[in-house]
Design a protein around this ligand. Structure first.
Ligand code: KIV
Length: 249
């Protein structure tokens, strides 16, 4: 069971229910209001990784390497991944794994960095993949996704996130690799599941088809803010109960 977190209080609330907490680069979209994860920086990931590590006592914490921080060479990937691990104290990193990734994964794992991979819909590549649509409709792309997962596993990844694929393809990927598959929008055929926490808490009106909303955080925030504004305007807050009165000594 896995969820994402980006701050200490949320991490501490979900910690006992999670085997793994991902500090996802989805932080760019769900916290910072970016339109994709492409603009997320290493500094953002480190800051949010540090916060999550202060809240998580039990779950394995994995931090995403952002776009541009690992693709050009295994050496660059090691420099940035080791910085993330040293500065946050997290236990592993995640990279989105296209065909180029196997060499980098092997290089990182051999040098002591546990790697979780990410195949299928790879949001950092949305500009070449054509947006956030589910992937693997054609046999060619479906085979590519299976190959990416096999290559990531053979290179030493300890788990692979499978995002935005059909049930049939999720089943094939899960069968093809000896490591756990963690699905997001990838049916019940993966070994585990992950969701973006603000999505499943109901913070947004729109969420992808695969998100089940377990809460209604949006209306909790809206109604609380509205009630607070009314109370302040009609001076019913702060009332006696919330007021300091010091007796003279
Ligand atoms: O960034 C993220 O939150 C992720 C999940 C969608 C798995 O990569």
């Amino acid at each position: 069971m896995c969820l994402t977190a980006y701050d200490a209080p949320t991490a501490s609330l979900i910690d006992e229910h999670c085997d793994l907490i991902l500090v996802g680069d989805s932080v760019g979209m769900v916290v910072h209001g970016l339109s994709s994860t492409v603009g997320v920086t290493l500094e953002m990931m480190i800051l949010h990784g540090q916060a999550v590590m202060r809240g998580a006592q039990h779950a394995l914490v994995v931090v995403d390497l952002p776009f541009g921080s690992y693709e050009d060479s295994p050496e660059t990937a090691f420099k940035n991944a080791s910085r993330v691990m040293i500065e946050t104290g997290c236990q592993a990193i995640k990279i989105e794994s296209g065909t180029y990734a196997a060499e980098t994964i092997r290089y990182l794992v051999e040098r002591g960095i546990p790697v979780m991979s990410h195949v299928g819909l790879r949001p950092q590549s949305m500009n070449v993949l054509g947006g956030f649509r589910a992937r693997g409709r054609s046999k060619k792309v479906a085979d590519e996704i299976i190959e990416n997962a096999i290559a990531a596993a053979e290179a030493g990844s300890f788990a692979v996130v499978v995002e935005g694929v059909s049930e049939v393809l999720a089943k094939k990927v899960t069968k093809a690799v000896p490591i756990p598959t963690i699905g997001i929008g990838a049916s019940n055929e993966c070994d585990g599941q992950i969701l973006v926490t603000p999505d499943m808490l109901g913070l947004f009106d729109w969420t992808p088809k695969f998100v089940k909303k377990y809460g209604d955080l949006k209306s909790v925030i809206e109604t609380s803010a509205k009630q607070y504004a009314q109370d302040v305007k009609n001076r019913s807050f702060p009332s006696e109960e919330f007021t300091y009165r010091f007796t003279k000594k």
